[in-house]
Design a protein around this ligand. Structure first.
Ligand SMILES: [Zn+2]
Length: 206
């Protein structure tokens, strides 16, 4: 199996798993996986597809500017530039972006603070935070409609080879060294968001 096919299958498997969780409402969300470092090439979801289905047109190969490497009728996802920023600035191998109700509510609740903070939660270990008093801070940025502007703002928060950033009332983007790690960070983040919202709900009732 060629590296391209291998990466394609890896990303398609992640897509299937996230689709089962219903994390691609209304064709939203986009996924990417690096195939080559130099020159930079990565697979990214094609725009406007139903991500619950698995087809040979789900992804296309793009370059370091987010442009298709080969002649194709497929269009890279409108938010491909966010993935470009990640691969240009880090050694990450996979990046995932989903819109969920939970991540949108959290981003709105804490958007004015510019971050949401989690401490004393087992699952922050997914981010390699092992100390008892460790704190996970997930930045929340605004959501300009102009994607290059969004990508520029997003880029300021890409400081490590793995991470997560919330875009207000839009979604979350996570990245990690490979598909396994990126998915782990995404699941951990969504767990923390849901836990937090349910706890707030519970506290409001008592
Ligand atoms: Zn989006």
């Amino acid at each position: 199996m060629s590296l391209l096919t291998e990466r394609w299958e890896e990303l398609a498997d992640v897509k299937d798993e996230l689709a089962v969780r219903d994390w691609f409402m209304g064709t939203s969300g986009n996924l990417a996986i690096k195939v080559n470092d130099d020159p930079l090439q990565f697979l990214v979801t094609a725009s406007g597809k139903d991500k619950r289905k698995r087809t040979s047109e789900d992804f296309l190969l793009v370059d370091g500017n987010g442009k298709p490497v080969n002649e194709t009728h497929l269009k890279p996802s409108a938010e491909t530039l966010l993935h470009v920023e990640i691969y240009q600035k880090t050694s990450a191998g996979c990046s995932l972006h989903v819109h969920t109700v939970d991540n949108n509510i959290i981003s709105e609740l804490y958007g004015d603070k510019g971050e949401v903070v989690f401490a004393g939660q087992e699952l922050i270990k997914a981010f390699d935070l092992w100390d008892e008093d460790a704190v996970l801070r997930i930045p929340i940025i605004s959501n300009p409609a102009h994607i290059p502007t969004l990508a520029k703002e997003f880029s300021e928060y890409i400081q490590e080879d793995k991470g997560a950033v919330l875009i207000r009332n839009h979604g979350i983007t996570v990245w990690g060294k490979n598909a396994f790690e990126a998915k782990k960070l995404l699941e951990a983040s969504e767990f923390l968001f849901r836990y937090h919202l349910r706890l707030l709900d519970y506290k409001n009732k008592i």
